[in-house]
Design a protein around this ligand. Sequence first.
Ligand SMILES: [Zn+2]
Length: 83
Amino acid sequence: MKCTECNNTLHKTIGEFSMSIDGKTIKVINAPILHCKNCDLVVVDDEIKNNAKEFAKIYLSDNILDYAECEAGTMIPIMNLLF
Ligand SMILES: [Zn+2]
């Protein structure tokens, strides 16, 4: 995949991005992203965004979502804490 800004090759890496869910901006950390080393552009796959959205429904307790921990299932769902 090429960078939309400078046409450099994008590299798969682990990083963070911000997204908006129900009008609330959250920060997703430890997520697989595509990064351009040349101009610092970050591209996030729609699939990753969708996953993050689903994770946020279950795990999000503040404005930061740890994608890696959610995917590994090491987080305790909020539901378990409430009930
Ligand atoms: Zn670029």
